[in-house]
Ligand binder design. Structure first.
Ligand code: ASP
Length: 308
């Protein structure tokens, strides 16, 4: 058995406002990233390769808030965060507030595999990237019209309640044929964030976690709440110590714990038996999954025509 699930964030605009062409574009981008990651599993590669490949594809896709297409900070920059974790060994790597790294998830993996550390920040991460041979990209590489308009709207409106459309993080979780789990998450953070603000995505236990004894988890949503809830690890802990099923553990975290904190968002998760959960407490979450022998399932909202 092997399986892969991905998300493109809880940043879907209300269903009634979503232009059909944009929804179709998002579904196609999800399908392409899912196929790229799933091809790794099909050729016998590990779950770590599958999540890296899928998240890199989503980072390269300007529709999503990670890599190219990342949101702007209040002062008009892009600062990216990413993390990755291997469930067999509990090895993990992460980077935060990087400005010149094309694929932050690849750098997070390099931190895991080629350094004694888990998390490198800002200039320290950029220096490590250069040492590892990552070609730096200018900030303009991440620019998109849509994200700039979003920042300008926010500047005009002044700081207010966080809107999910300011989100759009990406992530992936996978189980490979050898029973190994992995998770990865990558983001530009939240539109109009203060510079050096760091959310849950690069924090192991908050936005990302993987443990072969339970599940691999990647989160998206209002990062401050996910940090306070230790959301990704909470799913794993409920399974390991409370004997909860993956679905029950994910439901409790997304709807009870995060709900209690007013934290909008969701998560994708997969357990060692290949059960996949894609749960969210807002109107939508860009998501896709495929299990060995099955067809790709792609969704944005709930209800008719959408997978569970
Ligand atoms: N969780 C991310 C953050 O707070 C945002 C998102 O999921 O889109 O940085």
């Amino acid at each position: 058995m092997y399986a892969l699930a991905i998300h493109g964030g809880a940043g879907a605009m209300p269903r009634a406002q979503m232009p059909a062409a944009r929804a179709a574009q998002a579904r196609a981008a999800l399908a392409a990233a899912l196929a790229a990651g799933f091809a790794e599993l099909e050729r016998g590669a590990g779950s770590l390769d599958a999540v890296t490949r899928a998240v890199m594809a989503l980072e390269d896709e300007p529709l999503f808030n990670a890599g190219r297409g990342a949101v702007y900070t209040l002062d008009g920059h892009h600062e990216l965060d990413a993390s990755i974790m291997e469930g067999t060994t509990l090895r993990a790597g992460a980077v935060c507030a990087v400005r010149h790294v094309r694929n932050p998830v690849a750098l997070a993996r390099a931190v895991m595999e080629h350094s004694p550390y888990v998390l490198l920040a800002a200039e320290g991460a950029e220096e490590f990237a250069l040492e590892r041979g990552f070609e730096p990209v200018p900030q303009s590489y991440f620019d998109t019209e849509a994200r700039l308009e979003q920042l300008e709207r926010l500047r005009r409106a002044g700081p207010g309640r966080l809107e999910l459309s300011q989100l759009g993080t990406v992530g992936a979780v996978a189980l490979d044929a050898r029973g190994r789990l992995a998770a990865a998450t990558s983001t530009g953070g939240i539109t109009g964030k203060r510079f050096r603000r760091v959310g849950d995505s690069p924090l192991i236990g908050a936005g990302t976690y993987a443990d072969d004894r339970a599940a691999a988890v990647s989160c998206t949503g209002h990062g401050e709440c996910f940090i306070r809830a230790a959301a990704a690890h909470d799913v794993v802990a409920r399974m390991r110590f409370g004997a909860a099923s993956l679905a029950a553990a994910a439901h409790a975290v997304v709807h009870e714990e995060l709900g209690r904190l007013g934290g909008e968002g969701g998560l994708i998760a997969i357990d060692a038996a290949g059960h996949v959960v894609l749960d969210f407490n807002g109107e939508g979450m860009y998501r896709a999954s495929r299990v060995a022998g099955g067809e790709p399932r792609i969704g944005i909202y709930r209800g008719a025509g959408e997978p569970d």
